[in-house]
Design a protein around this ligand. Structure first.
Ligand code: SDX
Length: 382
């Protein structure tokens, strides 16, 4: 068999390559549609909550009352983390990004997990639920420690979304904020073969363990081309500073071929349906808080970008408006991407569980474009 030197098609970044068959979610990039197990994301955002949608993604159907109550109980039961990890959070360098802390702690959780030597489906389901319960605690604890604040321990009376807000801020959210937190987590929960989900699946396909898969996913999500964009969008808004500065800033950035964070998508060539929903909440919250500066700058950026790049299919994505909401809720910028991870761990684990039911190790090829038939020159003759 000859070396692979070029007679095959190569798609940079695996663009357009199908890596799996799934019934978890589907994206219509041309029409800007997203469905979870066949249900449009708009309906789930309007009518569902984190726990119910997590059940849907993991198990394929909306839960019955007892199934939902059992999942809620399991998530509440596993919110606390080992004291050893709390001590690690206290000792971690304060300038460490929370995504690095999250990746490190998830790895350590694998050492403490009661099912750590069991990679059966049942054990992986239990690990998925435990990780989903524990990750908010890690993020919230570290965020408060690095701000010199007292830890706020999980409140078993609160829902998953409410409890995240409570542990981050120390306040129990009102009904409106509770709903917004559920919507945020639902919208970020799953998105098919995105880079971090694919990373989780590649690791799982070697029959490694769930914690290793989720560590890989966290590492991938952190990048500014993926989940890390939400933090950079707020930085961009702050750098622009006024609506008047938007046009020159954006036109100059485009002239320098810089990517505008929060725009563009490998699959969506239309408006990201998640961004549409988040924009509405961002507008409403901005008005209610009496702080419309950032939403006005963002909407001006959207206007300029769609005028300049809309024809090329470049529109706002899920990361463009989320940061405005988090900022108005009082979350520090560095927890924006960890919040994405707290939601997406459901999608990551759902795809690992699904793929392992018909597993085959991921092993693509590469076209070799190096030299051939090179002789070995001894070092004293080089
Ligand atoms: C997420 O995959 C997922 O589903 C991800 C995600 C999920 O839920 O998991 O949806 C979450 O990661 C959203 C994306 C967040 N990232 C950003 O907002 C960073 C900025 N966006 C770009 O870096 C880019 O759009 C990507 C990474 C999102 C997609 O990159 P592609 O598909 O590889 O596109 P590309 O970089 O090859 O660009 C194609 C063309 C280029 O023009 P040319 O140089 O060929 O003339 O589009 C242009 C790019 O210049 N372009 C942009 C742009 N994105 C693409 N130009 C300006 N600003 C941008 N943001």
């Amino acid at each position: 068999m000859a070396f692979l030197t070029g007679e095959v098609t190569y798609s940079r970044g695996l663009e357009g390559v199908v890596a799996a068959i799934t019934s978890i979610a589907a994206i219509d990039g041309e029409e800007g549609k997203l469905i979870y197990r066949g249900i449009p994301i708009e309906l789930l955002a309007e009518k569902s909550n984190f726990e119910e949608t997590a059940y849907l993604l993991w198990f394929g159907d909306l839960p019955k009352k007892d199934e939902l109550e059992n999942l809620k109980r399991d998530l509440v039961e596993h919110r606390e983390i080992p004291q050893f990890l709390v001590d690690c959070l206290k000792g971690a360098p304060k300038d460490t990004h929370p995504m690095e802390i999250l990746r490190t702690c998830v790895s350590m959780l694998g050492c403490f997990d009661p099912d750590k030597n069991d990679n059966s489906r049942g054990a992986n389901i239990r690990k998925s639920i435990r990780l989903t319960a524990q990750m908010p605690t890690i993020v919230a604890y570290y965020s408060r420690l690095r701000r010199g604040l007292e830890l706020v321990h999980p409140d078993p009376k609160l829902s998953h979304a409410q409890n995240l807000y409570y542990m981050l801020t120390g306040e129990v959210p009102n009904e409106e904020i509770s709903k917004l937190m559920d919507v945020i987590l639902i919208l970020h929960m799953e998105h098919g073969m995105n880079a971090s989900t694919f990373a989780a699946m590649v690791v799982a396909s070697t029959l490694s363990d769930m914690h290793s898969s989720i560590c890989a996913a966290i590492g991938a999500l952190r990048g500014p081309l993926h989940g890390g964009a939400n933090e950079r969008v707020l930085e961009m808004l702050q750098e622009i500073g006024t609506v008047e500065n938007v046009e020159p800033y954006i036109l100059n950035a485009l002239k320098e071929h810089r990517r505008i964070m929060g725009f563009g998508h490998r699959v969506y060539k239309a408006y990201d349906p998640r961004a549409r929903i988040l924009k509405e909440y961002a507008e409403r919250l901005s008005r209610e808080k009496g702080d419309t500066k950032w939403i006005e700058i963002a909407e001006k950026i959207e206007e300029v970008m769609i005028r300049e790049k809309g024809k090329k299919g470049i529109f706002p994505n899920v990361d463009f408006y989320s940061g405005i909401i988090y900022n108005l809720l009082g979350f520090p910028k560095e927890v924006f991407t960890p919040i994405f991870a707290i939601a997406r761990v459901v999608g990551w684990t759902a795809h690992v569980l699904e793929y392992l039911q018909a597993n085959r190790i991921f092993r693509p090829r590469a076209i070799y474009n190096g030299p051939l038939d090179v002789e070995y020159i001894p070092i004293d003759k080089r």
